[in-house]
Design a protein around this ligand. Structure first.
Ligand code: HEM
Length: 218
C-alpha cells in the first residue's frame, strides 16, 4: 500500500493512476450504457431498472462514491501530468515520438475538460432534475424523452458524445501504453479493440437522442 502511494510521486505512478481510474470509468460507461438502452424496450423497462438501482441502497452509494473517487483522481492526476509535461517542454523534443505523445496529451486535456462540463450539466439535468420543467424523480423514461425531444439538448449531447469518443479513443491507446501493453503482440488491442469499444460506446449513447428525435422512442 505504502509502495503504491510512494509510486504516485513519480510521473509513471500518476500515469498509472490515470490508466487504472480511466479503465474503471470506461467500465462505468459500459454499465451506464447497458442501463440506458433499456429505453428501447419501453418505459417500464427503464423505470424498473432505475427503481432497482435505487432499491440497492448502500450498494448504489458505494458505487457512486467509487465512480466519483475515480473521476476526481483521474482529473487531479491529469492536471499533475500536464504540469509535469509543460515543465519538461523547455528541454525540447527528443524525437518525433514525443511530439506525437504531447499532441495527444493536449487534445486529452481539452476533450476531458469538455466531458467534465458535460457531466456537470448531465447531473443537473437527470440526477438533480434542475434544468427542465416536468421532470419527475420516478419517471426516468419521461425525463429522458422530454429532454431529447428538444433538438438543442440532443445536439449538446451528441457533440459531447463525439468529444467523449475522441477522449476514449486516445485514452484506450494511452492506457495500453502505460500498463505496458506496448509490445508487438498487443498491436491489435491498441489499434483495434480499444478504438472499436470506444466507437461502440459512443454510437450506443448517440443512438438514444437520435431515436427520440426521430420519434422512434416517445
Ligand atoms: C444518451 C446518453 C445518456 C443518458 C440518456 C443518460 C441518462 C442518465 C440518467 C437518467 C441518470 C440519472 C439516474 C438516476 O439518478 O435515476 C444518469 C446519471 C449519470 N450519468 Fe448518464 N446518461 C447518458 C450519458 C452519460 C455519459 C456519456 C456519462 C459520462 C461521461 C454519464 C454519466 C452519468 C453519471 C456520473 C451519473 C450519476 C450516476 C448516479 O447518480 O448514480 N452519462 N444518466
Amino acid at each position: 500500500m505504502l509502495a503504491v502511494l510512494a509510486s504516485y510521486r513519480t510521473l509513471l505512478g500518476k500515469k498509472g493512476a490515470m490508466a487504472i481510474t480511466g479503465a474503471a470509468l470506461f467500465f462505468f460507461l459500459i454499465g451506464h450504457l447497458l442501463g440506458n438502452i433499456q429505453i428501447f424496450f419501453g418505459p417500464e423497462h427503464l423505470n424498473n431498472y432505475a427503481a432497482f438501482l435505487k432499491s440497492t441502497g448502500e450498494v448504489l452509494w458505494l458505487l457512486r462514491a467509487g465512480v466519483l473517487a475515480c473521476f476526481l483522481l483521474h482529473i487531479y492526476s491529469s492536471l499533475l501530468v500536464t504540469v509535469a509535461n509543460q515543465q519538461a517542454r523547455p528541454q525540447g523534443y527528443a524525437a518525433k515520438r514525443s511530439l506525437e505523445t504531447s499532441a495527444a496529451a493536449r487534445t486529452m486535456i481539452y476533450t476531458g475538460s469538455m466531458v467534465l462540463l458535460y457531466v456537470i450539466y448531465h447531473l443537473m439535468m437527470f440526477t438533480f432534475l434542475r434544468t427542465g420543467p416536468g421532470y419527475s424523480p420516478h419517471d426516468v423514461y419521461r425525463n429522458v424523452v422530454l429532454s431529447f425531444q428538444q433538438p438543442a439538448i440532443s445536439a449538446v449531447y451528441i457533440a459531447a458524445m463525439l468529444l467523449l469518443g475522441a477522449h476514449l479513443f486516445h485514452g484506450a491507446w494511452s492506457m495500453a501504453h502505460t500498463l505496458g501493453l506496448s509490445g508487438p503482440g498487443y498491436k491489435p488491442w491498441r489499434r483495434m479493440v480499444g478504438p472499436a469499444v470506444a466507437a461502440a460506446i459512443v454510437a450506443g449513447y448517440i443512438s438514444i437522442p437520435v431515436a427520440v428525435l426521430a420519434g422512434w422512442v416517445r
